[in-house]
Design a protein around this ligand. Structure first.
Ligand code: BES
Ligand code: MN
Ligand code: ZN
Length: 513
């Protein structure tokens, strides 16, 4: 789908579908208060084409509600789609994002090829242009990559139309929206791949290709490097598979970067990249196991964020560390009762870890990834992982879990997700939780029992970040969309890509490094 930004008279656009947003101006809370839908455009021809249907009361302008008019009078467009943003007070940038997505997904099954989406008047132009570009691009993604009868249901072109005189204000937002959405779709493509295609080695190749194209530095290592660095926790998981692990390191250096003089922050992005999680010897039930191909969504989120960062070019150094392996049962697989030793932390020896359950593998690969990121000089850390079913129990598929050892850093993260519209909910950490992962035989154990499972997993990771300000995102419930929505397909969501990239920008140093 080609995306364009233009400023033209809406009534003159000869497209298959012209989409325009509407809000509900009814402020009364009375049960039988009639909705008062109003179009967010000053185009008189559009207002008149829609006036009868808006007066009918058939359309409430609820969020993502749609109403289609064929051959609208006075318009060159073949169809007019009115898309609701909800009550005027709630018609935020995020509502524009989903409305643009709803418009795109309205076209796809109907094989409508050209869409024009009128940027709503009355909202901030730059942020609506960005949100609409994101919403449209994200909606264009479908997960049916491997269907042999895959029909071209695609939209050919989507034009975002700014009101008269607003084109310049919309331009940067539009460009950034494209960057964010393309990065998120890159992540979704990887997450969608079947586990026989996307092995750790292939994830490494794709990361390298992306890095090369985006102008990032990159290294992809395998088993030898894990041994060299004494990554005993990562290796414990990796050794049960015929597929070798991949340790992927991407580096973004800001313009003018000089290693000898740079004293700004170094942001570390660490991703769980389990390309298939059988559970290992503590094997998972067969039911739904195929979904465990998305156990690399945390690493895809980090690679996607790096994709965006390479194009946004913030003035801050960023290092991405992805720990990728398959978690398999095998004669060489690690077992409950084993002791694994994590990588040494500078002069300090690694931590001894009693393995209780081989299905708690994500925290093991991340333990070494977080330690390594610090060794590479990261001053701030964020990790993303499909880490626990317990987080899904706690928050469902509405919010991702977020944890942090530093309030100021978390506030920066909050400001980022307020912009991106993604939902995260902070969960607690605390010594009482850490007590649950104390081991009788070793420093710590890899599970903390049934209760508070998302928190004990986070407490486990916290051991490996030492005093570094850190955020942990548990995206187990959010990385895969179970049912399609009007604005997005079911399948891989690409959650956290945009928020992580936006958060990285909050570290921009004002002076050149
Ligand atoms: N990858 C899973 C977590 C998961 C569950 C992701 C559901 C997506 C959807 C993780 O490796 C895992 O198996 N966690 C265990 C930990 C337990 C053994 C302590 C879990 O949550 O059951
Ligand atoms: Mn597991
Ligand atoms: Zn897992």
């Amino acid at each position: 789908m080609k995306m364009h930004l233009a400023s033209e008279q809406l009534s003159g656009l000869a497209v298959d579908l012209l989409a325009v947003c509407a809000v509900d101006d009814q402020t009364s809370k009375e049960k039988d208060a009639r909705p008062q839908p109003a179009l967010l455009t000053s185009d008189a021809a559009l207002q008149s084409a829609a006036s009868a249907v808006l007066a009918s009361g058939e359309f409430k302008a609820a969020a993502n509600e749609t109403l289609l008019l064929h051959a609208p009078a006075g318009l060159a467009a073949k169809r007019l789609l009115i898309v609701g943003l909800g009550k005027r007070a709630k018609a935020t940038t995020h509502a524009v994002r989903t409305a643009a997505g709803t418009s795109v997904r309205f076209c796809k099954p109907r094989t409508l090829r050209n869409l024009a989406f009128a940027l709503p008047e009355g909202l901030d132009v730059a942020s609506s242009a960005q949100a609409a570009a994101e919403g449209a691009m994200l909606a264009d993604f479908d997960p049916d990559t491997y269907r042999s009868d895959r029909k071209d249901l695609g939209l050919h072109a989507c034009t975002l139309v700014a009101a008269d005189g607003q084109l310049a204000a919309a331009q940067t937002g539009f460009e950034e929206g494209m960057i964010f959405a393309e990065a998120q779709n890159f992540a979704r493509v990887q997450v969608n791949e079947p586990p026989n295609v996307l092995t750790p080695t292939v994830l490494g190749q794709r990361a390298a290709e992306m890095a090369q194209a985006a102008g990032l530095k990159w290294d992809v290592y395998s088993s030898e490097k894990l041994h060299e660095l004494k990554m005993g926790a990562f290796w414990a998981v990796a050794k049960g598979s015929e597929e070798p692990p991949a340790l992927i390191v991407l580096t973004y250096e800001p313009e003018g970067y000089n290693a000898a003089t740079y004293n700004g922050p170094v942001v570390g992005l660490v991703g769980k990249g389990i390309t298939f999680d059988t559970g290992g010897i503590s094997i998972k039930p067969a039911d739904g196991m195929e979904k465990m191909k998305y156990d690399m969504a945390g690493s895809a989120a980090m690679l996607g964020a790096m994709h965006a960062i390479a194009r946004l070019k913030p003035q801050v150094k960023v290092i991405c560390v992805v720990c990728s392996a398959e978690n398999m049962p095998d004669g060489k697989a690690y077992k409950p009762g084993d002791i694994a030793t994590s990588m040494p932390d500078g002069a300090k020896p690694g931590k001894s870890i009693e393995i209780i359950n081989t299905d708690a593998e994500g925290r093991l690969v991340l333990a070494d990834g977080l330690t390594y990121a610090r060794q590479l000089g990261c001053t701030h850390l964020i990790d993303a992982a499909t880490l626990t079913g317990a987080c899904v129990v706690a928050l469902g598929m509405v919010n991702a879990g977020a944890f942090s050892n530093d309030d100021a850093t978390f506030r920066q993260f909050e400001s980022a997700y307020e912009i991106t519209g993604e939902k995260f909910w902070r969960l607690p950490l605390g010594d009482e939780y850490f007590d649950l992962i104390r081991s009788d035989i070793a420093d710590i154990k890899n599970t903390g029992g049934r209760w508070g499972g998302a928190v004990t997993a986070a407490e486990f990771l916290k051991v490996f970040v030492a005093d570094t300000p850190w955020i942990h995102l548990d995206i187990a419930g959010m990385a895969w969309i179970e049912d399609s929505r009007p604005y997005i397909a079911k399948g891989p969501s690409g959650v956290a890509v945009r928020t992580i990239a936006e958060w990285v920008r909050t570290f921009e140093t004002t002076t050149k490094p």
